[in-house]
Design a binder for this molecule. Structure first.
Ligand code: ATP
Ligand code: MG
Length: 304
């Protein structure tokens, strides 16, 4: 296990940001998904040892988050949510400097800085002052500095934030490449479901400082419930009430299509049987792939 934490609590004054976090995460690409204010960035800063939890303990790659920050800094990379570029510096000196802060000798850091800037596609702009960088370039730079010291694990806090669809796709592809080809374990935080769906094999859903659900992406998608889409004709209110009585959840999609979440143990024939009883005609009925969005909505109780 490379990330293990037990009963982590953290508050900013009276604001409780983390309320008893327990994690035992396997190797691979991990998605930390949650709405704004869920506690994602706070958790990442605690895992890095930047903030000390008020209660609880944890180990990253076997190193204690409270007492072995220097080892964590050596073996873990961090792409912060906010800008970290230093104005007046160019990308090479900035990346080299951060490599040195992680414990690399100057010459090696310089060599690696050129390599990683090339890798993220900034080779032509590597001597430009950072204040002239666009948003997309700054995100790439943050990614480059996160991997300059050849870490075993990287924490990426909202890596695609503020990027247009093309920029988002490019940075996600880079992250997938890092995760699969470079054998670096990644933990990506995001409130964007499709980003996590595209990049991660394991997901942790965080809301209001607590873990709502956690598990392997594929398993989570399938076992939580079955999702059907249907169109009906007739009086729906009583029919839906009966479906809800037997623990189905119903949401309106659009274009006359309803989404029905059925508990995993239930046979879909029940839906037809109740329709007959309530004189409702089912005009369209298909099993739908549960997307993380549905899972997320259900998990945090915000389905519309
Ligand atoms: N420096 C701070 N001082 C006071 N409260 C803070 C501070 N940083 C975060 N918080 C609060 O702690 C909670 C968790 O914030 P955090 O930034 O960890 O969430 P997040 O999931 O990263 O959100 P986002 O998606 O907006 O980045 C929020 O209620 C936030 O307002
Ligand atoms: Mg955040």
């Amino acid at each position: 296990m490379s990330i293990e934490v037990k009963d982590i609590h953290f508050s900013y004054g009276k604001i409780k940001a983390l309320d008893g976090i327990n994690l035992n995460l396997p190797k691979g690409a991990i998605g930390l998904l949650g709405p704004n204010g869920a506690g994602k960035s706070t958790l990442i800063r605690i895992l890095l040892g930047f903030l000390s939890p008020h209660k609880g303990e944890g180990r990253i790659l076997g190193y204690d988050i409270k007492t072995q920050q220097h080892m964590i800094r050596r073996y873990v990379g961090y792409m912060p949510e906010d800008d970290c570029a230093i104005p007046g510096m160019d990308a090479v000196s900035f990346t080299c400097y951060l490599g040195e802060l992680s414990g690399m000798p100057h010459q090696e850091a310089m060599k690696r800085a050129h390599e990683v800037l090339f890798y993220v596609g900034l080779e032509e702009s590597r001597y430009r002052m950072l204040e002239t960088y666009s948003r997309g370039m700054r995100q790439r730079l943050k990614l480059a500095q996160a991997i300059v010291h050849d870490p075993k694990l990287i924490f990426l806090d909202e890596p695609s934030s503020g990027l247009d669809p093309h920029g988002r796709k490019e940075i996600l592809e880079l992250i997938m490449d890092i995760s699969s080809k470079k054998d670096i374990q990644v933990l990506i935080s995001s409130h964007i479901l499709s980003d996590i769906e595209a990049t991660c094999s394991h997901v942790v859903i965080l809301n209001k400082g607590r873990i709502v659900t956690e598990g392997e992406m594929n398993v989570l998608k399938q076992i939580r419930y079955n999702l059907f889409e249907m169109k009906i004709k007739g009086e729906s209110a009583e029919y839906f009430r009966k479906l809800q009585e037997i623990n189905c959840k119903i949401d309106y999609l659009d274009d006359g299509i309803w989404k029905v979440y059925m508990p995993p143990e239930m046979n879909s024939q029940v839906i037809f049987k109740l329709a007959v009883e309530e004189r409702v005609q089912i005009r369209y009925f298909v099993k739908s792939q549960t997307s993380l969005e549905d899972l997320f909505a259900k998990a945090v109780g915000i389905e519309g």
